[in-house]
Every structure is written in C-alpha cells, then in structure tokens.
Design a protein around this ligand. Sequence first.
Ligand code: G3P
Length: 218
Amino acid sequence: MKFFVDTAEIAEIRALAATGLLDGVTTNPSLIAKSGRNILDVIAEICEVVSGPVSAEVAATEYEQMMKEAKVLRQIAKNVAIKVPLTPDGLRVCHALAKEGTQVNVTLCFSPAQALLAAKAGASFISPFVGRLDDIGQNGMELIADIVQIYGNYPSIKTEVLVASIRNPIHLIEAAKMGADVATIPPGVIKQLYHHPLTDKGLSAFLADWAKTGQSIA
Ligand code: G3P
C-alpha cells in the first residue's frame, strides 16, 4: 500500500520524506489556504522533496478554466497529478488530461457509481472520502470495499483507489485489509501509527535492564 500525506505544510513533508515512508502528497484548496502560501510556490517546493505523485487541485468549476489551471499546475513538475472534483466538467477535464498522459486524481467521491465514472474517464486515482461519510452517519469503509470490488472485476481499469479523509489508524488498516492501493493520511494520524503502549513499556524495561549491565555498545 502506498502512503501519501494529506498536507501542504512543507516542514511536515520534509520530515516524513526523510523516514522513507512517503510515496506521494495530496493537497486541496483548504490545505493550501491553511498553509497561507501561494499554491504554485507550495506545489513546486513539495515536488522538489517528493518524487511520487503530488496532487494539486484546480479551483475552477467550468471546463475551459479548469483546463487552463490544470496546464499551469502540471507545468510545475513532472510528478504533479491534477486533482479535479467529481463533476461532469471535472470528469471531462480528467478525460482530456489523461489522453495527454497527465495523471489525474478525481476527488470528492462519495459513491461507487461516481468511482466507476472516474475510472471510465481515465483517472489515475479516485479519492473516496471515508471520514466525511462517517460524519453523516454513513459507512465510509463500505464505500472503499465496494470500489475495490468493482474495480477488481475489470482488469482493464487502471485507476488506483486512494483512500482520503482518513481520520484514524483504523481507517488505514481497514483500507489495507480491503486492498486499497493508496492511503492519503494526515500527519497527525501518521504519528499515531507508530505508537503502542506495550512498545513504550517494553522499551522502558529493556533500557532499565541495560543500565544495570554497565555496558556500552559504541
Ligand atoms: O484531501 C482530501 C481529504 O483527505 C480531506 O479530508 O479530513 O478534510 O475530510 P478531510
């Protein structure tokens, strides 16, 4: 399973890239706004740090303007994946860009039918939002299971299932059990993945015993 980080904060991205765990980055207009920086500068900086796909989202909603924005964004670096919303215009942009060999991440997916449309439009990634479905009392993980099953029925579908709106480690593990291709994870949830109380307890015991030996290794 590939790990992307869902942030536009370059310091966090640098730190994660150094761990070797990071396969890509996703951003969205809200994350760019939170960074307080210019989108073109942020995406360029991220692409210098991460060689995998870096999703940059268009802000327009009408085909011609979306195409203009996509062309500006994809010129930043070869690994920019253009993110478009799951709308008729968004999927038309997806189809046009995919034909030109540009990676497209179709975002704001909340149903299996939408995911099927994105695959037919040639998306490289489909981004179903699990947390936001949970928020309205629906089961986000069921959507992932449905999409993985549907895509699995058709070997010609190359679209990768990119699980988005992940809120906790359970979302990630459930997605991995289902065979989702990618998870885009907020930095705070990535930090949670390392922790287990028995790891902390075990390490404390080892260190205490080691101190009794009076030895040093290096
Ligand atoms: O980037 C898209 C998605 O991951 C957003 O997550 O937490 O705002 O629902 P969230």
